[in-house]
Write a protein that binds this ligand. Structure first.
Ligand code: PEP
Ligand code: CO
Length: 463
């Protein structure tokens, strides 16, 4: 099955029905800057507000990183996911580094996510839509404003967009100019993703016809799908499922940065957030009357929102009404992150409330953020058993209530890190230090990621 067809073939004309009452005009989205009047959680305490304004001026003149056309194509793919015709695989770093380190990690993540997607698609005979936590995942919400490293109390690390990971007081001072470094890195990462997709497509094409001359290799024009029709998903080649390209996503956290990359689409008049394809808001920034929700309400991208175990059905339906006021399939992805011990209890009530309120959302499972533990040595880690148990619980609840378990959202590395325990990771806590390289939360390594994909594919088939 291919997701190439974004619009169904029109049915033959039927006899004209009596003229219906004209639909009430859809309320226009609020102005993109409405968020400025609302409480904004988790914003960096910038010490130099003049520099923030200068950076915003530069971002406003910078090239957009994505295009409205590609953002809409991802939206169409998510419609297919919502209708149980495809599966969503969203994965990547908890916090991406800026600079060269961010760029060199791209190939590994593209490879691992591609292998996971091919595994799921081959096992289930279903396209997998792939979205990286990539090309912009540079800012982190934190539970505390300070942390203790080697006995020293420091301002907390808030992601490379804001301050440096180096455990020194000076490095932890938020620096607005880092927003420009984050932008430049995201641009380079996107370019790298584009090159990888072409490399992959030319390999697929070679397997197909042994003739690469027909491949439409073109210069970067900001629109990926116009060049590669199966970009950001698996598709069939010679009877097998093959993967090309990643859509991008990140947590739209630092609003001074995100605002600088909103652009108006001249064709439709809508505003798009062109720092990414799929922005999401997190468990700490999703209050319905807050700035982050207002910001995402004003843009036409598909958007996602994390949902934790303390969410009430009323709060969630209020949030859905804000983020998906027109009940548009493909618009809203809800990413449950309940914890293995909570998912079976929390998700049934919440998913039923969303369904009853008429929102056709994609439900995805983040089995990472509700299952983090800290060892005696101070390493944050996750047990594969808990990760796989939450995924299993998610499938049980969704299938049990006649709903499609639309996707998974994972933190993964593209190589063999030692950050999560068991199953092709360290067997015990003593092994965590060997290759513990994350800037924030512990990620599955390449083999653990494939095991998660294997589990997902078996659960999909089991139904
Ligand atoms: C994250 O995705 O890295 C994150 C911080 O998630 P959450 O908002 O669910 O805690
Ligand atoms: Co994380």
């Amino acid at each position: 099955m291919s997701l190439r067809i974004a619009h169904p073939t029109p049915a033959p004309p039927a006899p004209a029905p009596p003229a219906p009452a004209p639909p009430a005009p859809a309320a226009p989205p609020p102005p993109v800057t409405e968020w400025r009047n609302l409480p904004a959680e988790q914003q960096p305490p910038w010490p130099d507000l003049d520099a923030v304004v200068q950076v915003q001026d530069q971002l406003a003149l910078a090239s957009a990183l994505t295009s409205p056309a590609d953002v809409r194509r991802l939206g169409s793919a998510l419609v297919h996911v919502g209708a149980a015709r495809a599966f969503l695989l969203q994965a990547g770093d908890c916090a991406e580094p800026v600079g060269a380190a961010g760029l060199t990690a791209v190939r590994g993540k593209h490879r691992v996510i591609g292998e996971m997607a091919e595994l799921i698609s081959s096992h289930c005979d279903l396209p997998t839509v792939t979205v990286g936590r990539i090309a912009g995942q540079h800012a982190k919400p934190r539970s505390q404003s300070e942390e203790t490293v080697d006995g020293q109390v420091l301002p907390v690390y808030r992601g490379d967009m804001v301050n440096a990971h180096t455990p020194e007081a000076a490095a932890r001072v938020p620096d607005p100019w880092r927003m420009l470094t984050a932008y430049t890195t995201a641009r380079a990462v996107l370019n790298e993703l584009h090159l990888l997709a072409h490399e992959r497509a030319s390999a697929l094409h070679r397997w197909h016809t042994a003739d690469v001359r027909d491949l439409p290799l073109r210069a970067w024009d900001g629109s990926l799908r116009s060049v590669l029709p199966d970009y950001g998903q698996t598709s069939r080649h010679d009877g097998g499922w093959r993967h090309t390209g990643l859509w991008t996503s990140h947590e739209a956290l630092v609003l001074d940065y995100e605002q600088g990359l909103v652009r108006r689409d001249a064709h439709t008049g809508e505003h798009y957030l062109l720092s990414t394809h799929l922005p999401w808001i997190g468990e700490r920034t999703r209050r319905a009357d807050g700035a982050h929700v207002a910001f995402l309400t004003a843009v036409a991208n598909p958007v996602a929102c994390k949902v934790g175990p303390r969410t009430s059905p009323e709060a969630l339906t209020q949030l859905c009404a804000r983020l998906d006021p027109h009940r548009r399939p493909g618009r809203l992805t809800l990413i449950g992150r309940f914890g293995a011990g909570q998912v079976r209890e929390s998700l049934p009530v919440l998913s039923e409330a969303v369904r009853a309120a008429g929102h056709e959302v994609v439900w995805a499972c983040d089995p990472m953020h509700g299952n983090t533990v800290t060892t005696a040595d101070g390493f944050k880690t996750r047990h594969m058993s808990a990760v796989l148990d939450e995924i299993t619980g998610f499938f049980e609840v969704m299938y049990g209530s006649g709903q499609w378990p639309g996707g998974v959202h994972l933190e993964i590395a593209g190589d063999h890190v030692t950050e999560c325990l068991d199953a092709d990771g360290p067997r015990n806590e003593a092994g965590l230090g060997r290759a513990y390289r994350t800037l924030c939360d512990p990620r599955l390594n390449d083999r653990q990621a494939l095991l998660a994909a294997q589990t997902v594919s078996e659960l999909i088939v089991k139904g």
